[in-house]
Write a protein that binds this ligand. Structure first.
Ligand code: C2E
Ligand code: MG
Ligand code: MG
Ligand code: MG
Length: 250
């Protein structure tokens, strides 16, 4: 995060109303078959007067100021709608703040949107991003249980950073473990990063989770990750996050 963005809650609401928030999509590649398996939705603020505001800053502000749910509902519905135009994607990953897990009936909202746009619930994975601490409540437990029962995937994003920890792995029925780019970045030269990833892949296999590595920027890194047995990869080496028309043209 940077201290130059200076974004406020009022600016977020205003930009949302004026349609300046846009979904970008980053392809996720299946390592074994070497094909694009799906996409992760990443929000962008496309206001020419605010083009320096980075996602990490507006997401952090939205979380702190309790407008993250507004961004979620906008972005998730748009993503489900966009993806319904390309049935060859069998995975849509949506970032979900722990705060949004405490929205009553989140699961039925998501179910309704999948039905409305004719998208399989099994193809939607919710990436729980723990930049803020998750507070377990009856509502969040009900959401998690129902989301899994309906077939939605649950991913533990940026595992090993922030609040994304072993205790969370224990308490939620995850289907996927996502390895943060900080463990990938120096893998060519840092043997302990390599060991950590080896360990994470092992752990995921034991727990029956699929693994995704983010932040793959070059071929050598990709080869190392592939040989360590990671299932899915994402990064600038393959594709940067892009507008929907660009991703549909791939
Ligand atoms: P994340 O979910 O871990 O997303 C991956 C971040 O890594 C994205 O940054 C992506 O653009 C970036 N990335 C992908 N490939 C590479 C690469 O090869 N190299 C490098 N250096 N970076 C790469 P982005 O889009 O800036 O998003 C940052 C974080 O903001 C996300 O991290 C996620 O936690 C959060 N975020 C973004 N959009 C949303 C959203 O709609 N809702 C929520 N709750 N969080 C969001
Ligand atoms: Mg993510
Ligand atoms: Mg991530
Ligand atoms: Mg990350």
């Amino acid at each position: 995060m940077c201290d130059q963005c200076l974004i406020t809650k009022e600016m977020i609401i205003d930009n949302l109303q004026k349609n300046y928030f846009v979904n970008y999509y980053q392809p996720i590649v299946n390592v074994k078959e070497n094909i694009i398996n799906g996409v992760e939705v990443l929000l962008r603020l496309k206001n020419p007067l605010l083009d320096n505001v980075c996602p990490e800053c507006f997401i952090a502000c939205a979380e702190n100021e309790n407008v993250i749910n507004d961004l979620f509902f906008f972005s998730a519905e748009q993503a489900i709608k966009d993806i319904s135009n390309n049935k060859s994607f069998n995975k849509l990953s949506i970032n979900l703040s722990p705060k949004t897990l405490n929205v009553p009936n989140l699961y039925s909202w998501l179910k309704d949107k999948c039905n409305k746009y004719d998208i399989k619930k099994e193809s939607v994975t919710l990436e729980i991003t723990e930049n803020v601490e998750y507070v377990e409540t009856d509502i969040s437990l009900e959401n998690i249980e129902n989301l899994r029962m309906l077939g939605f995937g649950l991913s533990i994003d940026d595992f090993g950073t922030g609040y994304s920890s072993y205790s969370r792995l224990k308490s939620m029925p995850f289907t996927e473990l996502k390895i943060d780019k900080m463990f990938i970045k120096h893998i060519k030269t840092n043997n302990s990063d390599k060991k950590i990833i080896e360990h994470l892949v092992n752990l995921a296999q034991i727990l029956g989770l699929q693994t995704v590595a983010e932040g793959i920027e070059d071929l050598e890194t990709y080869h190392i990750i592939k040989n360590l047995g990671v299932n899915l990869c994402q990064g600038y080496f393959f594709h940067k996050p892009m507008a929907i028309n660009d991703v549909l043209a791939l």
